[in-house]
Design a protein around this ligand. Structure first.
Ligand SMILES: C[S@@+](CC[C@H](N)C(=O)[O-])C[C@H]1O[C@@H](n2cnc3c(N)ncnc32)[C@H](O)[C@@H]1O
Length: 278
């Protein structure tokens, strides 16, 4: 599904970025499921696209060691500013988007990954074309993405809350589930020239202390694109309905909510097949 015209990269704030630095620990944990299968080794050159505040990027820099090189890019300056506090001789951060990797030369990286980013990207075809270009032959790509046919539990509850608050007719406009289905993803990877595609849909359990934690995380993760079309009075009604629905998910460990992400991996072919014309 196209996100063009829906997602704005202009609505982030320093406060949302600071909140993400705390709340993004959840993304960090599932990000490790992304990094393992990439089989990074000492000395690898790695690009983290949509690095956010750089927690996972810093972890990856530790994996590739002092002879490796890791670059994180993200379009949001507030987040890059926090990420840069993590920079080192082998770890750098820059402002940039997946669709334009022109600052990098061909075959510059051994691996490229995107953790909780792909669903936000407006032009997925262009992003994958660019990633294929900057990967060396045999280089690996890994990403995770929401599947619009399997929304997170919090999204389903939020949709119910919007309806209960009396704004049901606006729920699809304000609450579209972004992402790619398995068929879309597979086709996009093939079109960009990747091979050895494999993916699996994972179920992740989040535990929150309270509803503010659930909402705060969603707001920070969406960099200002969360329920933006509602007035503050409308938001208050939705939040109250959401709080009641979420409270029903309380367990002795906390509010238990399930999320679903598809993890996909592939590689650039080792060599291009040359067809001779006689
Ligand atoms: C939920 S955060 C994930 C951040 C980080 N990858 C992590 O694991 O914590 C989503 C990130 O995607 C970035 N993003 C959105 N559109 C993008 C694009 N077109 N290219 C690259 N990054 C993008 C946002 O700026 C945001 O930092």
């Amino acid at each position: 599904m196209s996100t063009a015209g829906v997602i704005s990269l202009e609505r982030d704030t320093p406060e949302l970025a600071r909140t993400y630095e705390q709340a993004g620990i959840l993304q960090f944990h599932h990000g490790k499921f992304l990094i393992g299968p990439l089989a990074l080794k000492s000395g690898d050159r790695v690009l983290d696209i949509g690095a956010g505040t750089g927690r996972l990027t810093e972890f990856v820099a530790g994996l590739v060691g002092p002879t490796g090189r890791v670059i994180g890019i993200d379009p949001l300056e507030n987040r890059v500013a926090i990420a840069r506090l993590r920079a080192s001789g082998t770890l750098t951060f820059d402002v940039g988007r997946a669709e334009d990797l022109s600052r990098f030369g061909p075959a510059e990286f051994d691996a490229v990954y995107l953790n909780s980013v792909f669903h936000w990207i407006a032009d997925k075809r262009q992003a994958l074309r660019e990633i294929e270009r900057v990967l060396r032959p045999g280089g690996r790509i890994g990403l995770n993405v929401q599947d619009p046919t399997k929304p997170h539990e919090s999204r389903t509850l939020l949709r119910q809350a919007i309806e209960q608050a009396g704004f049901g007719e606006r729920s699809s406009e304000s609450h579209r589930v972004l992402g790619s289905t398995e068929d879309e993803l597979k086709a996009l990877f093939a079109e960009a020239g990747f091979v050895d595609y494999r993916s699996d849909l994972r179920s992740l359990i989040d535990l929150h202390d309270d509803v503010d934690s659930v909402l705060g995380r969603s707001e920070a993760s969406a960099f200002g694109n969360f329920l933006g079309s509602f007035s503050s009075e409308e938001r208050a009604a939705i939040d109250a309905a959401f709080a009641a629905l979420v409270e029903a998910k309380r367990t002795p460990e906390g509010l238990r909510l399930e999320r679903y992400l598809r993890f996909a991996f592939a590689r650039k072919p080792r060599s291009r097949t040359v067809t001779s014309v006689s």
